[in-house]
Design a protein around this ligand. Structure first.
Ligand SMILES: *Cc1c(COP(=O)(O)O)cnc(C)c1O
Length: 477
């Protein structure tokens, strides 16, 4: 743990991570895992895990795709997040993990043991957090479509709730007046400061569906009065967006929330808002193994830009997802066949749209690196050749990479797709009834080598049939 932790601490904004927000992966290949890289220890652990997965039979002809999670890296990321905010404030900080990023119970349990709670946005995500043992006091409920039953349950359990809109706040009024609750309750606001490079992930645009749109006519005054009328409304929440939002814009959103909290507290004449929930959204570098920007970079920028939020008067809640998990997951898939088409080499692998849905449908926004390994799990040396890396699904666009320079792939080789620990292999898309792959956590034990633990068993064909109406075969006859 010591080694991994210091590695995470020393990862700074680095050299070869420069370039566009998400771009750069076009030129990335196995060589980016070189020792000059800040993430070289993580890359070495990944190489070990690929070789061990072959040797221990986790991947092979009968299990041609798996997901791998680096538990050492996850622990180090959690520790680095806690340290980052401990550096900038003495007030209490409740870190939660946005469950939607990696909805896997063992991941939530590991993060919980590392002091990170859960941000949930559906009954399913709450059930996962509960199954992982995350207590209500470390859970935040944020969805934009909470039903009365969900609200009642959350308030009964004492889970923190952020109301999304005036109608929801009215429902909460009724519940709060009918039964006492220990839940801290807040309101989500949209500072309407604009979007980032990915529209679908920009939540602070002028017409976003999230929160109370603060710059709409009369909205700010309505919000101030909503707090003045409700002494139990003690939190304020904003989440500016995810991947593709520049740090400056994230900080702008947090500053808007802070200024509103100050205005409300001044108007009511006391520190009614005692906690600001700053959401998540730290972008991830998909172009190399470097962690850039780091949570420490972000915490420093926030303190510079919004010093009053860090002078000890306000508790904080954070809700990071992608930035905690993305770099600690790898898809590993076998090359089934190779062919040429129109003169271009194509490797048909088992990793496609079912595990990299966003990349396949929007490759410009979501480029991923591809690393080539031989059939024994050793990094594949040799001159590179531009190749298409295709998935198993039956549509022409099922490509993880086009014209990517890689060592020439052959049947039985492996391709690894790093940085897929968030919003990828845990977000199975059931196209072609491709089964959900198994997911395995790994850690290195001195003397024992790389050891694996099952995080999610591979879906069986019986389960697949059952999920597809197998028990109701005659329903339409
Ligand atoms: C998705 C989401 C997050 C996490 O976003 P990341 O980009 O994964 O850090 C946090 N808070 C809310 C409200 C979200 O919707």
């Amino acid at each position: 743990m010591g080694i991994a932790e210091s590695a995470a601490e020393s990862e700074t904004v680095s050299t070869d991570a420069a370039g566009s927000e998400t771009g750069g992966a076009e030129n990335a290949g196995p060589e980016t895992a070189g020792p000059e890289n800040a993430g070289s220890e993580a890359a070495a652990r990944r190489d070990d895990s690929v070789r061990a997965a072959v040797e221990q039979g986790l991947i092979g002809p009968d299990a041609p795709i798996i997901g791998l999670l680096d538990s050492t890296g996850i622990r180090a990321a959690a520790a680095a997040l806690r340290a980052a905010f401990a550096q900038v404030t003495t007030a209490p900080v409740r870190h939660t993990f946005a469950v939607k990023a990696t909805p896997l119970v063992p991941v939530l349990r590991l993060l919980h043991t590392e002091g990170i709670g859960a941000e949930v946005a559906s009954p399913g995500e709450l059930a996962l957090a509960q199954a992982a043992g995350v207590p209500p006091t470390r859970t935040v409920l944020d969805s934009p479509a909470k039903t009365p039953a969900e609200l009642r349950q959350a308030l009964a359990l004492g889970i923190a709730v952020n109301a999304d809109n005036p109608q929801e706040l009215a429902r909460i009024d009724t519940l709060v007046s009918s039964a006492p609750t220990r839940s801290p309750i807040g309101l989500r606001v949209n500072p309407q400061i604009g979007g980032g490079s990915i529209d679908a992930l920009s939540t602070a645009t002028s017409t976003s569906k999230f929160g109370v749109a603060l710059r709409d006519a009369g909205a700010r005054e309505w919000v101030v009065r909503a707090y003045a009328d409700r002494p139990w409304l003690t939190r304020l929440h904003t989440h500016t967006g995810s991947q593709g939002i520049p740090l400056d814009l994230l900080a702008e959103g947090v500053r808007a929330a802070y200024e509103l909290a100050e205005e409300i507290n001044a108007r009511v004449g006391r520190q009614q808002i005692d906690t600001v929930d700053i959401g998540g959204g730290l972008p991830v570098n998909f172009a190399s193994d470097a962690t850039s920007p780091t949570h420490a970079d972000y915490a420093r920028i926030l303190k510079q830009r919004v010093p009053g939020l860090f002078d000890g008067r306000y508790g904080l809640v954070t809700e990071f997802g992608r930035s905690l998990l993305a770099k600690h997951g790898t898809v590993l898939a076998r090359v089934e066949y190779t062919k040429q088409s129109g003169g271009r080499p194509i490797a048909i692998t088992h990793a496609g749209v079912q595990i990299a849905t966003r990349t396949v449908y929007q490759p410009e926004s979501w480029p991923l690196r591809i690393l080539a390994y031989d059939a024994k799990g050793h990094p594949k040396p040799g001159p590179t050749v531009p190749q298409d890396v295709a998935g198993p699904a039956c549509f022409a666009g099922d490509l993880l990479a086009e014209n990517r320079p890689l060592a020439r792939l052959e049947p039985g080789d492996l391709v690894a797709v790093p940085d897929t620990g968030a919003y990828y292999f845990a977000h199975h898309y059931a196209y072609n009834s491709l089964a959900r792959p198994g997911i395995y956590g790994f850690a290195y034990a001195p003397g024992a080598g790389t050891r694996f633990a099952t995080v999610r068993t591979p879906q069986t064909l019986d389960e697949l049939v059952a999920e597809s109406g197998g028990a109701h075969g005659g329903a339409l006859a």
